[in-house]
Ligand binder design. Structure first.
Ligand code: HEM
Length: 405
C-alpha cells in the first residue's frame, strides 16, 4: 500500500483544562491562546464543554463552510440586549439580506465621501497635537478615541453629547459571550448606561436625511429589510464599530513605539501604509474569537467535532500561527501577508465594517507618517481586559514632529 492510500487518522479533540476566560488568561491572551494553538488545531475545553479551533488553516476552512459551522448559536449564547439580533447571529438567507443592506450603506459613493472627511480631520488632529513641538500623549485617548469618536459618529449623524457611551456599549457587547463573572457583571452594568442613548439614536425619527441610518430605514420602506432589522443593523454598527477601531489603532501605535525601525521604514516608504495597518491588526486583532455551532458531525484538521458542538474560533491566536507566518511575534511593516489575516474574520461573516475601519486607520496612519518623525514609548502600555475584545487603552508616547522641508 502506498502512503497516499492511508486515510488520515481522525482523533478525538484533546481535552484541555484551559480557562479562556479567567482573569489570568485575560491579562495575557496571546501567550495562553498561543499555548492552546500548539496543542492541536481543535481542542475541547472541558471546563465549559466547548470546542476551540485554534489554528489559521482550520479556522479558515471552517468558516468557508457556513452550513456546517453555523452562526445562529454559539458558546454562552443567551438573548441579550447587548447583542443586536441580526447579521452575526444569522445564516443565509436572512444573513444575505442584512449584509447586502450594510454593504449598500458602505458603498463606494459613501466611502468616497467619508475618505475626504476622514483625511481632513486626521490631518487637523495631528497638526493640533504637534502645534507646540513634541507632544506627550496617551495615544488611546488623545489620538485614537479623539479621532474615531469624531469622524465616524459625524458620518452617522450622531449628536456630540454621549458619544463616549459608544465605547461602553461596545465594551459590554464584547463581554457577552463568556461565562458569568464579576468582570462580566461590571462590564454589563457599565454598558447599561449606554442603552437608552443607543436606543434613542437608532430610532427612525432621529436619523438625519441622507445619513447612514436614514438610508437603512429607506431600505425598510422599499421592503428590502424589515423596520426592526434596520434598527438592529444600526445597533450592530454602534456595537462593533467603535471599540474595535479605537483599540486597534492604539495597538498599532504601540507596535510602532516598540519598533522604531519599522516607523523609519514606513517614513522612507509610505506606500507601505496599507500593509503596515494589516500587519498591526494581525499582531493585535481587536476581536479575540468568534462563535459557531456544528450542525452535523464533522472532521477538521483530523479532529472529530460532534454534531451540536459549540465552538470558539480563536483568531487572535491564529494571527500568530507559525504555520502561517514567519517570526509571527515580530511586527514587520513589509511582511508579505499572502493570505492576509483573520482579524476581520473570514467567509460570509467577514467584518461588515472592514472598509470603514480600514479607511479610518489607513487615513490616520498616512497623516501621521507625513507629520511625525519619531514615536517613543514613555511609560508602560496597558492592554484592555475583556473576554472577546483585545486592544490597548493606555499607550503613553512622545511624538516628535517631522521637520517640514
Ligand atoms: C479594526 C476594526 C474591526 C475589527 C478588527 C473587526 C472585526 C470583526 C470580526 C472578526 C468579525 C467577524 C465575526 C464573526 O465571524 O464571528 C466582524 C464582524 C462584523 N463587524 Fe467588524 N471589526 C472592526 C470594525 C468594524 C466596524 C467599523 C464596523 C461597522 C461600521 C463593524 C461591523 C461589523 C459587523 C456588523 C459584523 C457582522 C458581520 C456579519 O455577521 O456578516 N466592524 N468584525
Amino acid at each position: 500500500m502506498t502512503e497516499t492510500n492511508i486515510l488520515p487518522e481522525v482523533i478525538e479533540a484533546p481535552v484541555s483544562g484551559y480557562d479562556a476566560f479567567s482573569l489570568e488568561t485575560l491579562h495575557d491572551v496571546h501567550t495562553f491562546d498561543g499555548e492552546q494553538r500548539e496543542i492541536a488545531p481543535v481542542v475541547y475545553m472541558e471546563k465549559y464543554g466547548y470546542y476551540a479551533i485554534t489554528r489559521y488553516a482550520e479556522i479558515q476552512k471552517a468558516l468557508r463552510d457556513w452550513r456546517t459551522f453555523s452562526s445562529t448559536d454559539r458558546p454562552f449564547y443567551a438573548p441579550s440586549a447587548f447583542r443586536p439580533r441580526t447579521l452575526i447571529l444569522e445564516d443565509p438567507p436572512e444573513h444575505t439580506a442584512s449584509k447586502s443592506a450594510v454593504f449598500k450603506v458602505f458603498d463606494a459613493g459613501n466611502l468616497a465621501k467619508m475618505s475626504a472627511y476622514f483625511k481632513a480631520e486626521a490631518e487637523r488632529l495631528i497638526d493640533d497635537l504637534l502645534t507646540d513641538g513634541p507632544a506627550e500623549i496617551n495615544a488611546y485617548n488623545d489620538l485614537s478615541v479623539k479621532y474615531v469618536l469624531k469622524v465616524f459618529p459625524d458620518v452617522l449623524g450622531l449628536p456630540e453629547e454621549g458619544r463616549e457611551l459608544l465605547l461602553k456599549f461596545g465594551d459590554a457587547v464584547f463581554n457577552v459571550f463568556g461565562p458569568p463573572s464579576e468582570l462580566q457583571a461590571a462590564k454589563l452594568a457599565s454598558g447599561t448606561e449606554a442603552m437608552e442613548w443607543v436606543e434613542s439614536n437608532t430610532a427612525r425619527n432621529v436619523q438625519s436625511e441622507g445619513g447612514i441610518g436614514w438610508q437603512l430605514y429607506a431600505m425598510a420602506d422599499e421592503g428590502k429589510i424589515s423596520e426592526h432589522t434596520a434598527q438592529q443593523i444600526l445597533k450592530s454598527i454602534f456595537a462593533a464599530g467603535f471599540d474595535t477601531t479605537t483599540a486597534s489603532i492604539a495597538s498599532m501605535i504601540r507596535a510602532f513605539a516598540d519598533n522604531p525601525g519599522e516607523w523609519q521604514k514606513l517614513r522612507e516608504n509610505p506606500d507601505l501604509v496599507d500593509n503596515a495597518w494589516e500587519e498591526a491588526i494581525r499582531l493585535y486583532p481587536a476581536s479575540r474569537y468568534g462563535g459557531r455551532w456544528a450542525t452535523k458531525e464533522t472532521v477538521l484538521g483530523g479532529v472529530r467535532i460532534p454534531e451540536g458542538a459549540k465552538i470558539l474560533t480563536m483568531w487572535l491566536g491564529a494571527g500568530r500561527d507559525p504555520r502561517q507566518y514567519d517570526a509571527p511575534d515580530e511586527f514587520r511593516v513589509d511582511r508579505d501577508l499572502k493570505n492576509a489575516h483573520l482579524s476581520f474574520g473570514f467567509g460570509i461573516h467577514t467584518c461588515a465594517g472592514n472598509q470603514v475601519a480600514r479607511l479610518e486607520a489607513r487615513t490616520l496612519l498616512r497623516a501621521m507618517v507625513e507629520r511625525i518623525e519619531k514615536i517613543e514609548l514613555i511609560g508602560e502600555p496597558r492592554k484592555t481586559v475583556n473576554y472577546q475584545a483585545f486592544g490597548h487603552d493606555y499607550v503613553p508616547v512622545r511624538l516628535t514632529p517631522a521637520v517640514s522641508a
